[in-house]
Design a protein around this ligand. Sequence first.
Ligand SMILES: O=C(O)C(=O)[C@H](O)CO
Ligand code: MG
Length: 260
Amino acid sequence: MPRFAANLSLLFTELPFLDRFAAAADAGFQGVEYLFPYDWPASSLAEKLQQHHLTQVLFNLPPGDWQAGERGIACLPDRVEEFREGVFQALEYAEVLDCPRMNCLAGIRPESLPADVAFQTLVENLRFAADLLAAKGMTLTVEAINSKVDMPGFFVDTSLAAMTVIEAAGRENIRFQFDLYHMQIMEGDLCRSLSRLCPHIGHIQFADNPGRHEPGTGEIHFDRVFAHLDALDYQGWVSAEYRPQQDTETSLGWFRPRIN
Ligand SMILES: O=C(O)C(=O)[C@H](O)CO
Ligand SMILES: [Mg+2]
């Protein structure tokens, strides 16, 4: 059975953020992730993790101005200094939270920015971040996010784009973040892709499609996909990153028979 984690930015949103840790633990999760930790003191988050015996499995590097629609700055050449400062900030959090991996959001490429410049900027930023993380034994992930529905213009929107940039960066501790929801929209053929990419995958997330709700609300055959991960002997975390169709409690039917 995969090791399942709960994404606290999307699940348990009926509760204030800091109360979601207890709710996730009570529901049977042993790991949690969320988009960003930066609005809270690291010590408060660490206390919640310890109190509820939870592992922090992932969070994102600072994304630029999220409220203004930015979705990462790693491909933007005029934001390199800010990117680097963000890596240092994220590392401070990761150490306090004992979090072994962070995701780097490539960002939305403005039409005026040539793709080759965005690519080279991203490669160099990934190397910078990966080298700092490697010194602490941490992994950096690169996620492909669908550009059809959720993030038009996102620079890394296919597994090929992600693997091309990961290979160009050439660092052992950079891995692919395979989000089943985004990959279903962009490519489908999930089990074959998982087989092919498994050695390069550092983290998995999921939601059903369409709608980005819980398993069983859409077209993905989760029984097959989760069994396939077991057959591949995938050892990483698999995070529920979906918006409950009604409420979180009702959405967890897929999880109850699979509590680790
Ligand atoms: O949107 C996703 O799928 C993510 O995992 C990112 O963390 C944030 O956009
Ligand atoms: Mg995701």
